[in-house]
Design a protein around this ligand. Structure first.
Ligand SMILES: [Zn+2]
Length: 170
């Protein structure tokens, strides 16, 4: 799968969100290579209980993968048992339809911080977060932490329209 195909999967995840006027609908896909490419986990806004975000949900789902689930994802891998935290996430590419948040008013950790803590390799972003709620500096935060950031070109309209579902248009 190339970036476009994975980002489309992330958009499908975003479509699963229950729209709310006070938050965005975002989808996230985590991809890893051991050595074949596999989707490690997906997530979308409010998928897990609480006002949860797509990136945090995908990370949470990746972290509970068992050895047998990892073996099924990476059938060609023959090395020692993989640790999601130490081996898989640090090599992972994270695709998100909207720029990871850098500020949260709810008290939960911003997604940019969660991705930095997970030491992911690369983040592909569908569209920048509009300043509907807060001024987002997520992409810059990731770059400052040494994570490669790629702005995907060509799906901005779809990503933004999905993100704003359920919002009152001005
Ligand atoms: Zn977030």
């Amino acid at each position: 799968m190339d970036d476009a195909a994975v980002l489309r999967v992330a958009l499908e995840e975003a479509e699963k969100c229950t729209p709310t006027p006070t938050a965005f609908c975002v989808g996230c896909v985590i991809v890893a290579h051991f050595p074949s490419q596999a989707i490690l986990a997906t997530g979308y806004s409010r998928e897990l209980p609480g006002n949860t975000h797509a990136e945090a949900n995908a990370l949470a789902k990746a972290r509970v993968l068992t050895q047998s689930e990892l073996a099924a994802l990476f059938p060609a891998y023959t090395g020692p048992p993989l640790s999601v935290e130490n081996d898989v996430l640090p090599s992972a590419d994270v695709y998100t339809t909207l720029e990871p948040c850098s500020i949260r008013t709810s008290g939960l950790a911003p997604c940019a911080d969660a991705l930095i803590a997970a030491k992911i390799r690369r983040c592909v972003i569908g569209v920048g977060e509009p300043d509907d709620f807060v001024n987002c500096e997520g992409a810059q935060k990731l770059k400052d932490a040494g994570i490669e950031v790629a702005w995907y070109k060509g799906l901005e309209k779809e990503c933004l329209a999905t993100a704003r579902k359920g919002h009152v248009s001005s």
